[in-house]
Design a protein around this ligand. Sequence first.
Ligand SMILES: C[S@@+](CC[C@H](N)C(=O)[O-])C[C@H]1O[C@@H](n2cnc3c(N)ncnc32)[C@H](O)[C@@H]1O
Length: 315
Amino acid sequence: MQFKFIDLFCGLGGFRIAFEKMGGKCVFSSDIDEHVQKTYKLNFGEQPYGDITKINAKDIPNHDILCAGFPCQPFSTAGRRLGFEDTRGTLFFDVARILKEKKPIGFILENVKGLTNHDKGNTLNIILNTLNEIGYDYKYKILNAKNYNVPQNRERWYCIGVRKNSNINIEDFIFPEEVKLTKTLSNIIENNITSSDYKISSTCKKNVETYIKKNNINIAPYTLAYDIRPSRCHFVTGDISNCLTAKMGTGGCNVAVVIKQNRKLTERECLRIMGFPDNYKIGKGYQAYKQIGNSVVVPVICKLAEKLIDLCDFD
Ligand SMILES: C[S@@+](CC[C@H](N)C(=O)[O-])C[C@H]1O[C@@H](n2cnc3c(N)ncnc32)[C@H](O)[C@@H]1O
């Protein structure tokens, strides 16, 4: 049986790449951002639906797996039961109401590591209570991309769930084993980028140089500088990139700099640091950097998808 899945808060479609690779068919996608929608259409030939809060769950096609990397928002909890009804007005509510209405066999959710202690743990508690209340068992874990052969120090919360009455035991789900890192920044960073699009500003250059001199830092071919400010700068000399974030899309000195080459990382290099294949099509500039920083890491989702599909035994 070919399984069907939906791609909520789809962004660049990292979930879609992974679940299509497992033989799944995407039957619905949604993202409110028109720039994101363009990139998605370019790659998958389909324009995602817009604002999920405006979509009636009954209008979403039946599916077996729901995928969602939903934005993390606080719940207002004073004097409440701390379940489904209390999630109203947040984007998690939209995930929950779709699960409640469509009852797919399983789901995979992704979020920042900070979700676990957000609002002193309240946010996660309410999410878990809600999943239980609407009929799902779940398991969650923080995984770091660098342990799945992607050279980025990116910790994310992953939650896998199965419908309580589906005859599938969530206890049988085992998070993927860590693998050795063989792909490093030196395999990703190019040496012949000449385009002026990636030139760094004179202020940025001056800040980096001053910082290097003052702190007597040795610069290797692939040393990257992040978070460049007049008073601080963070260097990574080694195989693994710092976490790429959506802040890259805010301009200024927010895209990491390849110091030896006096330039910013390209969109393609950033996509590689997120584990995207080189045939993925992406635009240029701030919007592209933002989309990349917001994305899931494809090889991590591939490993999780494999385990989830195995557990659900669709074929
Ligand atoms: C953290 S990103 C998830 C990215 C995605 N998982 C990926 O791999 O690229 C959250 C996404 O939710 C989208 N979003 C925010 N509010 C939304 C809404 N009301 N309806 C649909 N999408 C929304 C944003 O545009 C953003 O692309």
